[in-house]
Design a protein around this ligand. Structure first.
Ligand code: CP3
Length: 366
Protein backbone atom coordinates (compact mmCIF):
# COMPACT_ATOMS: atom_id res chain seq x y z
CA UNK A 1 0.00 0.00 0.00
CA UNK A 2 1.33 3.40 -0.93
CA UNK A 3 1.60 6.25 1.55
CA UNK A 4 -1.03 8.96 1.10
CA UNK A 5 0.42 11.41 3.60
CA UNK A 6 2.91 12.88 1.12
CA UNK A 7 0.21 14.78 -0.76
CA UNK A 8 -1.31 16.01 2.46
CA UNK A 9 1.95 17.53 3.61
CA UNK A 10 2.61 19.13 0.23
CA UNK A 11 -0.87 20.64 0.09
CA UNK A 12 -0.71 21.92 3.65
CA UNK A 13 2.56 23.62 2.88
CA UNK A 14 1.29 25.14 -0.37
CA UNK A 15 -2.06 26.07 -1.89
CA UNK A 16 -4.84 27.77 0.05
CA UNK A 17 -7.42 25.11 0.63
CA UNK A 18 -10.93 25.22 -0.73
CA UNK A 19 -13.67 22.95 0.60
CA UNK A 20 -13.17 20.86 -2.53
CA UNK A 21 -9.43 20.36 -1.91
CA UNK A 22 -10.04 19.76 1.79
CA UNK A 23 -12.53 17.02 0.96
CA UNK A 24 -9.99 15.43 -1.41
CA UNK A 25 -7.68 15.13 1.61
CA UNK A 26 -10.47 13.86 3.92
CA UNK A 27 -10.29 17.01 6.03
CA UNK A 28 -13.50 18.35 7.66
CA UNK A 29 -15.64 20.72 5.54
CA UNK A 30 -18.69 22.91 6.25
CA UNK A 31 -20.66 21.04 3.57
CA UNK A 32 -20.19 18.42 0.86
CA UNK A 33 -18.52 19.96 -2.21
CA UNK A 34 -20.14 19.34 -5.60
CA UNK A 35 -19.13 19.43 -9.27
CA UNK A 36 -20.01 17.33 -12.35
CA UNK A 37 -18.17 15.22 -14.88
CA UNK A 38 -18.58 16.88 -18.31
CA UNK A 39 -20.18 19.95 -16.71
CA UNK A 40 -19.25 22.02 -19.79
CA UNK A 41 -20.78 20.17 -22.70
CA UNK A 42 -23.46 19.74 -25.27
CA UNK A 43 -26.40 19.82 -22.81
CA UNK A 44 -25.62 23.48 -22.10
CA UNK A 45 -26.93 26.16 -24.52
CA UNK A 46 -23.99 28.45 -23.71
CA UNK A 47 -21.56 25.72 -24.86
CA UNK A 48 -23.56 24.98 -28.01
CA UNK A 49 -23.50 28.70 -28.88
CA UNK A 50 -19.68 28.61 -28.79
CA UNK A 51 -19.60 25.25 -30.66
CA UNK A 52 -21.58 26.81 -33.51
CA UNK A 53 -18.54 28.88 -34.44
CA UNK A 54 -15.65 26.59 -33.38
CA UNK A 55 -14.74 22.91 -33.60
CA UNK A 56 -14.11 20.97 -30.39
CA UNK A 57 -10.35 21.01 -31.04
CA UNK A 58 -10.38 24.75 -31.80
CA UNK A 59 -12.00 25.36 -28.42
CA UNK A 60 -9.45 23.15 -26.66
CA UNK A 61 -6.50 24.80 -28.42
CA UNK A 62 -7.58 28.43 -27.92
CA UNK A 63 -6.94 29.35 -24.26
CA UNK A 64 -9.36 32.31 -24.25
CA UNK A 65 -12.26 30.15 -25.47
CA UNK A 66 -11.39 27.08 -23.38
CA UNK A 67 -11.21 29.29 -20.28
CA UNK A 68 -14.49 31.01 -21.13
CA UNK A 69 -16.31 27.67 -21.59
CA UNK A 70 -14.85 26.37 -18.29
CA UNK A 71 -15.80 29.49 -16.34
CA UNK A 72 -19.30 29.82 -17.82
CA UNK A 73 -20.25 26.25 -16.87
CA UNK A 74 -18.93 26.53 -13.30
CA UNK A 75 -20.69 29.86 -12.71
CA UNK A 76 -23.97 28.86 -14.32
CA UNK A 77 -24.19 25.73 -12.15
CA UNK A 78 -22.81 27.22 -8.92
CA UNK A 79 -20.46 24.27 -8.34
CA UNK A 80 -17.38 24.14 -6.07
CA UNK A 81 -14.85 23.18 -8.74
CA UNK A 82 -14.13 23.93 -12.40
CA UNK A 83 -12.61 21.24 -14.62
CA UNK A 84 -10.52 22.67 -17.42
CA UNK A 85 -12.14 22.31 -20.83
CA UNK A 86 -9.81 20.03 -22.80
CA UNK A 87 -9.90 16.46 -24.12
CA UNK A 88 -8.31 13.21 -23.12
CA UNK A 89 -6.76 12.75 -26.56
CA UNK A 90 -4.85 16.06 -26.88
CA UNK A 91 -1.48 14.44 -25.91
CA UNK A 92 -1.70 12.17 -28.97
CA UNK A 93 -0.75 15.05 -31.27
CA UNK A 94 2.70 15.85 -29.79
CA UNK A 95 3.33 12.10 -29.56
CA UNK A 96 2.96 12.01 -33.35
CA UNK A 97 -0.53 10.53 -33.75
CA UNK A 98 -3.08 12.48 -35.76
CA UNK A 99 -6.73 12.23 -34.82
CA UNK A 100 -9.99 14.03 -35.41
CA UNK A 101 -13.49 14.08 -33.98
CA UNK A 102 -15.93 12.74 -36.55
CA UNK A 103 -19.56 13.76 -36.01
CA UNK A 104 -21.58 10.78 -34.81
CA UNK A 105 -18.51 8.55 -34.46
CA UNK A 106 -16.39 10.24 -31.83
CA UNK A 107 -12.59 10.35 -31.97
CA UNK A 108 -10.76 8.65 -34.88
CA UNK A 109 -6.98 8.04 -34.89
CA UNK A 110 -5.82 7.77 -38.50
CA UNK A 111 -2.79 5.47 -38.06
CA UNK A 112 -3.39 3.33 -34.98
CA UNK A 113 -0.45 1.81 -33.09
CA UNK A 114 -0.08 -1.89 -33.86
CA UNK A 115 3.62 -2.83 -33.53
CA UNK A 116 6.81 -2.22 -31.57
CA UNK A 117 8.09 -0.09 -34.46
CA UNK A 118 5.02 2.15 -34.19
CA UNK A 119 5.58 2.51 -30.46
CA UNK A 120 9.28 3.28 -30.96
CA UNK A 121 8.37 6.10 -33.34
CA UNK A 122 6.17 7.87 -30.75
CA UNK A 123 7.67 11.15 -29.52
CA UNK A 124 7.89 12.10 -25.84
CA UNK A 125 9.89 15.33 -26.27
CA UNK A 126 7.22 17.72 -27.53
CA UNK A 127 4.92 18.02 -24.51
CA UNK A 128 5.44 21.80 -24.43
CA UNK A 129 3.18 21.91 -27.50
CA UNK A 130 0.31 21.25 -25.08
CA UNK A 131 1.05 24.57 -23.34
CA UNK A 132 -2.29 25.95 -24.55
CA UNK A 133 -4.02 23.87 -21.83
CA UNK A 134 -1.81 25.40 -19.13
CA UNK A 135 -2.52 28.87 -20.57
CA UNK A 136 -6.26 28.21 -20.29
CA UNK A 137 -5.81 27.03 -16.69
CA UNK A 138 -3.91 30.23 -15.89
CA UNK A 139 -6.83 32.29 -17.16
CA UNK A 140 -9.35 30.25 -15.15
CA UNK A 141 -7.17 30.51 -12.02
CA UNK A 142 -6.90 34.27 -12.43
CA UNK A 143 -10.65 34.57 -12.87
CA UNK A 144 -11.43 32.51 -9.77
CA UNK A 145 -8.62 33.86 -7.55
CA UNK A 146 -9.77 34.74 -4.05
CA UNK A 147 -12.87 33.76 -2.08
CA UNK A 148 -16.38 33.70 -3.56
CA UNK A 149 -19.50 35.13 -1.88
CA UNK A 150 -19.66 32.17 0.55
CA UNK A 151 -16.02 32.71 1.57
CA UNK A 152 -14.77 29.56 -0.16
CA UNK A 153 -12.31 29.42 -3.06
CA UNK A 154 -13.34 27.53 -6.20
CA UNK A 155 -11.19 24.46 -6.89
CA UNK A 156 -9.51 24.14 -10.28
CA UNK A 157 -9.18 20.66 -11.74
CA UNK A 158 -6.67 19.68 -14.42
CA UNK A 159 -6.84 16.23 -15.97
CA UNK A 160 -5.25 13.57 -18.14
CA UNK A 161 -6.04 10.03 -19.24
CA UNK A 162 -4.74 6.91 -17.55
CA UNK A 163 -2.23 4.67 -19.39
CA UNK A 164 -4.75 1.89 -20.20
CA UNK A 165 -7.50 4.18 -21.50
CA UNK A 166 -5.14 6.33 -23.56
CA UNK A 167 -3.40 3.24 -24.99
CA UNK A 168 -6.82 1.81 -25.91
CA UNK A 169 -7.57 4.89 -28.06
CA UNK A 170 -4.11 4.80 -29.64
CA UNK A 171 -4.29 1.10 -30.52
CA UNK A 172 -7.97 0.67 -31.44
CA UNK A 173 -7.91 3.82 -33.54
CA UNK A 174 -10.44 5.59 -31.39
CA UNK A 175 -13.43 4.85 -33.55
CA UNK A 176 -16.22 4.00 -31.10
CA UNK A 177 -13.60 2.87 -28.62
CA UNK A 178 -15.98 3.60 -25.79
CA UNK A 179 -17.58 1.30 -23.28
CA UNK A 180 -19.19 -0.81 -26.02
CA UNK A 181 -16.00 -2.30 -27.42
CA UNK A 182 -14.02 -5.46 -26.75
CA UNK A 183 -10.56 -3.88 -27.10
CA UNK A 184 -9.26 -6.84 -29.08
CA UNK A 185 -6.27 -5.04 -30.64
CA UNK A 186 -5.31 -3.45 -27.32
CA UNK A 187 -5.46 -6.74 -25.45
CA UNK A 188 -3.63 -8.56 -28.25
CA UNK A 189 -0.67 -6.22 -27.82
CA UNK A 190 -0.93 -6.42 -24.04
CA UNK A 191 -0.90 -10.25 -24.03
CA UNK A 192 1.47 -11.00 -26.88
CA UNK A 193 3.90 -8.14 -27.30
CA UNK A 194 5.30 -7.32 -23.90
CA UNK A 195 8.12 -5.17 -25.30
CA UNK A 196 5.71 -2.95 -27.26
CA UNK A 197 3.21 -2.76 -24.38
CA UNK A 198 5.81 -1.79 -21.76
CA UNK A 199 7.41 0.81 -23.99
CA UNK A 200 4.00 2.29 -24.86
CA UNK A 201 2.98 2.49 -21.18
CA UNK A 202 6.32 4.04 -20.28
CA UNK A 203 6.04 6.68 -23.02
CA UNK A 204 2.46 7.53 -22.08
CA UNK A 205 3.43 7.98 -18.42
CA UNK A 206 6.40 10.18 -19.37
CA UNK A 207 4.20 12.46 -21.47
CA UNK A 208 1.33 12.61 -18.97
CA UNK A 209 3.55 13.48 -16.01
CA UNK A 210 5.06 16.41 -17.93
CA UNK A 211 1.58 17.47 -19.08
CA UNK A 212 0.21 17.30 -15.52
CA UNK A 213 3.19 19.31 -14.29
CA UNK A 214 2.37 22.11 -16.76
CA UNK A 215 -1.21 22.12 -15.48
CA UNK A 216 -0.18 22.22 -11.81
CA UNK A 217 2.33 25.02 -12.43
CA UNK A 218 -0.45 26.96 -14.20
CA UNK A 219 -2.74 26.72 -11.16
CA UNK A 220 -4.56 23.36 -11.13
CA UNK A 221 -5.34 22.47 -7.49
CA UNK A 222 -6.12 18.82 -8.21
CA UNK A 223 -5.48 16.44 -11.13
CA UNK A 224 -8.11 13.90 -12.16
CA UNK A 225 -6.87 10.82 -14.00
CA UNK A 226 -9.57 9.36 -16.29
CA UNK A 227 -9.39 5.59 -16.74
CA UNK A 228 -12.79 5.57 -18.41
CA UNK A 229 -12.54 2.11 -20.00
CA UNK A 230 -10.64 0.29 -17.23
CA UNK A 231 -13.84 -1.66 -16.51
CA UNK A 232 -13.12 -3.71 -19.63
CA UNK A 233 -10.24 -5.43 -17.79
CA UNK A 234 -10.38 -8.38 -15.41
CA UNK A 235 -8.91 -7.73 -11.99
CA UNK A 236 -6.09 -10.13 -12.87
CA UNK A 237 -5.20 -8.34 -16.11
CA UNK A 238 -5.48 -4.90 -14.52
CA UNK A 239 -3.03 -6.00 -11.84
CA UNK A 240 -0.68 -7.70 -14.28
CA UNK A 241 -0.57 -5.17 -17.13
CA UNK A 242 -1.79 -1.77 -15.87
CA UNK A 243 -1.64 -1.25 -12.11
CA UNK A 244 2.11 -0.62 -12.02
CA UNK A 245 1.88 2.06 -14.71
CA UNK A 246 -1.18 3.72 -13.14
CA UNK A 247 0.61 3.73 -9.80
CA UNK A 248 3.68 5.35 -11.30
CA UNK A 249 1.53 8.05 -12.92
CA UNK A 250 -0.47 8.74 -9.75
CA UNK A 251 2.63 8.82 -7.54
CA UNK A 252 4.55 11.15 -9.84
CA UNK A 253 1.58 13.56 -10.05
CA UNK A 254 1.18 13.48 -6.25
CA UNK A 255 4.86 14.36 -5.97
CA UNK A 256 3.99 17.63 -7.77
CA UNK A 257 2.09 18.54 -4.59
CA UNK A 258 -1.56 18.08 -5.60
CA UNK A 259 -4.20 15.49 -4.71
CA UNK A 260 -5.09 12.97 -7.43
CA UNK A 261 -8.61 11.74 -8.24
CA UNK A 262 -8.62 8.39 -10.06
CA UNK A 263 -11.83 7.72 -12.00
CA UNK A 264 -13.10 4.75 -13.99
CA UNK A 265 -16.40 3.24 -15.09
CA UNK A 266 -17.72 -0.25 -14.18
CA UNK A 267 -15.03 -0.56 -11.57
CA UNK A 268 -16.85 -2.28 -8.68
CA UNK A 269 -14.56 -5.33 -8.75
CA UNK A 270 -11.44 -3.27 -9.56
CA UNK A 271 -11.71 -0.71 -6.75
CA UNK A 272 -9.40 -2.44 -4.23
CA UNK A 273 -6.66 -2.76 -6.89
CA UNK A 274 -7.20 0.79 -8.18
CA UNK A 275 -6.87 2.19 -4.65
CA UNK A 276 -3.42 0.58 -4.43
CA UNK A 277 -2.21 3.33 -6.80
CA UNK A 278 -2.32 5.61 -3.75
CA UNK A 279 -4.77 8.04 -5.37
CA UNK A 280 -6.22 10.44 -2.79
CA UNK A 281 -9.76 10.16 -4.18
CA UNK A 282 -11.51 7.34 -6.06
CA UNK A 283 -14.22 8.33 -8.54
CA UNK A 284 -17.12 5.85 -8.28
CA UNK A 285 -19.56 5.08 -11.08
CA UNK A 286 -23.25 4.74 -10.18
CA UNK A 287 -23.49 0.97 -10.40
CA UNK A 288 -21.78 0.44 -7.06
CA UNK A 289 -23.59 1.71 -3.93
CA UNK A 290 -21.44 4.51 -2.55
CA UNK A 291 -20.94 2.88 0.84
CA UNK A 292 -19.92 -0.41 -0.81
CA UNK A 293 -17.42 1.40 -3.05
CA UNK A 294 -16.01 3.32 -0.11
CA UNK A 295 -15.55 0.12 1.86
CA UNK A 296 -13.73 -1.42 -1.11
CA UNK A 297 -11.18 1.41 -1.34
CA UNK A 298 -10.78 1.69 2.41
CA UNK A 299 -11.13 4.56 4.88
CA UNK A 300 -7.77 6.08 3.86
CA UNK A 301 -9.17 7.16 0.49
CA UNK A 302 -11.77 9.85 -0.26
CA UNK A 303 -14.58 9.11 -2.75
CA UNK A 304 -16.27 11.10 -5.50
CA UNK A 305 -19.68 10.32 -6.94
CA UNK A 306 -21.96 8.76 -7.75
CA UNK A 307 -25.44 9.74 -8.94
CA UNK A 308 -26.57 8.07 -12.19
CA UNK A 309 -26.31 10.85 -14.83
CA UNK A 310 -29.60 9.65 -16.31
CA UNK A 311 -31.34 10.34 -12.96
CA UNK A 312 -31.14 13.99 -14.09
CA UNK A 313 -34.05 13.12 -16.43
CA UNK A 314 -36.25 11.92 -13.52
CA UNK A 315 -39.10 13.96 -12.00
CA UNK A 316 -38.01 16.36 -9.27
CA UNK A 317 -39.12 14.23 -6.30
CA UNK A 318 -37.39 11.09 -7.62
CA UNK A 319 -34.19 13.03 -8.40
CA UNK A 320 -34.14 14.69 -4.98
CA UNK A 321 -34.54 11.32 -3.26
CA UNK A 322 -31.59 9.95 -5.27
CA UNK A 323 -29.43 12.92 -4.23
CA UNK A 324 -30.48 12.36 -0.62
CA UNK A 325 -29.58 8.67 -0.93
CA UNK A 326 -26.03 9.41 -2.13
CA UNK A 327 -25.53 11.85 0.74
CA UNK A 328 -27.04 9.37 3.20
CA UNK A 329 -24.62 6.67 2.02
CA UNK A 330 -21.67 9.04 2.56
CA UNK A 331 -23.11 9.84 5.99
CA UNK A 332 -21.28 13.15 6.41
CA UNK A 333 -17.89 11.44 6.73
CA UNK A 334 -14.93 13.63 5.70
CA UNK A 335 -13.79 12.83 2.18
CA UNK A 336 -16.94 12.78 0.05
CA UNK A 337 -17.22 14.91 -3.09
CA UNK A 338 -20.66 14.84 -4.70
CA UNK A 339 -20.61 14.10 -8.45
CA UNK A 340 -22.23 11.91 -11.06
CA UNK A 341 -21.08 8.36 -11.76
CA UNK A 342 -20.11 9.43 -15.32
CA UNK A 343 -20.51 12.51 -17.55
CA UNK A 344 -23.63 14.61 -18.12
CA UNK A 345 -25.15 13.50 -21.44
CA UNK A 346 -26.52 15.74 -24.22
CA UNK A 347 -30.21 16.78 -23.79
CA UNK A 348 -29.95 16.71 -19.96
CA UNK A 349 -32.13 19.55 -18.57
CA UNK A 350 -29.79 22.26 -17.25
CA UNK A 351 -32.39 23.13 -14.59
CA UNK A 352 -32.11 19.64 -13.10
CA UNK A 353 -28.34 19.99 -12.80
CA UNK A 354 -28.72 23.35 -11.05
CA UNK A 355 -31.35 21.90 -8.70
CA UNK A 356 -28.98 19.09 -7.70
CA UNK A 357 -26.33 21.66 -6.77
CA UNK A 358 -28.87 23.52 -4.61
CA UNK A 359 -29.96 20.30 -2.88
CA UNK A 360 -26.38 19.22 -2.15
CA UNK A 361 -25.73 22.66 -0.64
CA UNK A 362 -28.84 22.31 1.54
CA UNK A 363 -28.73 18.61 2.43
CA UNK A 364 -24.94 18.24 2.57
CA UNK A 365 -24.43 20.93 5.24
CA UNK A 366 -22.76 19.70 8.44
O1 CP3 B 1 -16.60 19.69 -18.63
C1 CP3 B 1 -15.77 18.78 -18.72
O2 CP3 B 1 -15.96 17.64 -18.21
C2 CP3 B 1 -14.44 19.05 -19.40
C3 CP3 B 1 -14.34 18.64 -20.75
C4 CP3 B 1 -13.93 17.26 -21.21
C5 CP3 B 1 -14.05 16.89 -22.56
N1 CP3 B 1 -13.49 15.65 -22.72
C6 CP3 B 1 -14.61 17.74 -23.64
C7 CP3 B 1 -15.38 17.05 -24.69
C8 CP3 B 1 -13.35 16.18 -20.53
C9 CP3 B 1 -13.02 16.03 -19.06
C10 CP3 B 1 -13.07 15.18 -21.51
C11 CP3 B 1 -12.38 13.89 -21.21
C12 CP3 B 1 -12.57 12.77 -22.14
N2 CP3 B 1 -12.49 12.78 -23.50
C13 CP3 B 1 -12.79 11.43 -21.74
C14 CP3 B 1 -12.83 10.97 -20.31
C15 CP3 B 1 -14.10 11.32 -19.66
C16 CP3 B 1 -15.18 10.29 -19.78
O3 CP3 B 1 -16.26 10.67 -20.23
O4 CP3 B 1 -14.95 9.14 -19.40
C17 CP3 B 1 -12.90 10.65 -22.89
C18 CP3 B 1 -13.17 9.17 -22.93
C19 CP3 B 1 -12.68 11.51 -24.01
C20 CP3 B 1 -12.65 11.15 -25.46
C21 CP3 B 1 -13.83 11.72 -26.13
N3 CP3 B 1 -13.98 13.07 -26.40
C22 CP3 B 1 -15.03 11.06 -26.51
C23 CP3 B 1 -15.29 9.57 -26.39
C24 CP3 B 1 -15.89 12.04 -27.03
C25 CP3 B 1 -17.31 11.85 -27.45
C26 CP3 B 1 -17.57 11.91 -28.88
C27 CP3 B 1 -19.03 12.24 -29.12
O5 CP3 B 1 -19.30 12.84 -30.16
O6 CP3 B 1 -19.90 11.93 -28.27
C28 CP3 B 1 -15.21 13.29 -26.95
C29 CP3 B 1 -15.73 14.59 -27.40
C30 CP3 B 1 -15.89 15.65 -26.36
N4 CP3 B 1 -14.92 16.03 -25.47
C31 CP3 B 1 -17.03 16.48 -26.15
C32 CP3 B 1 -16.71 17.37 -25.12
C33 CP3 B 1 -17.57 18.46 -24.56
C34 CP3 B 1 -18.34 16.44 -26.93
C35 CP3 B 1 -18.21 16.69 -28.38
C36 CP3 B 1 -18.37 18.11 -28.92
O7 CP3 B 1 -18.49 19.12 -28.23
O8 CP3 B 1 -18.37 18.16 -30.15
Amino acid sequence: MVDRSATELAVEAGAGSSRFVRACLRQPVDRTPVWFLRQAGRYMPEYMAVRKHHTLLDICRTPEIAAEVTITAAERLGVDAAIIFADLLLPLTPMGLDFEFVAGEGPVVHTPIRSLEHVQALRVDRVEELGYVAKAIEKVATHFAGPRADGDTLGIIGFCGAPWTLAAYMIEGGKQSGGDRNYIETKKMMYSNGAAWSLLMEKIVTVLVAYAQQQVEAGADVIQVFDSWVGKLSVHDYRQYCLGWSTELVQRIKALGVPVIYFGVETASLLPAMSETGADVMGLDWRVPLEVGWKAVGPGCAVQGNLDPIALFAPEDVLKEQVREVLRAADGRPGHIFNLGHGIVPTTPVESVIRVVEWVKELGAR
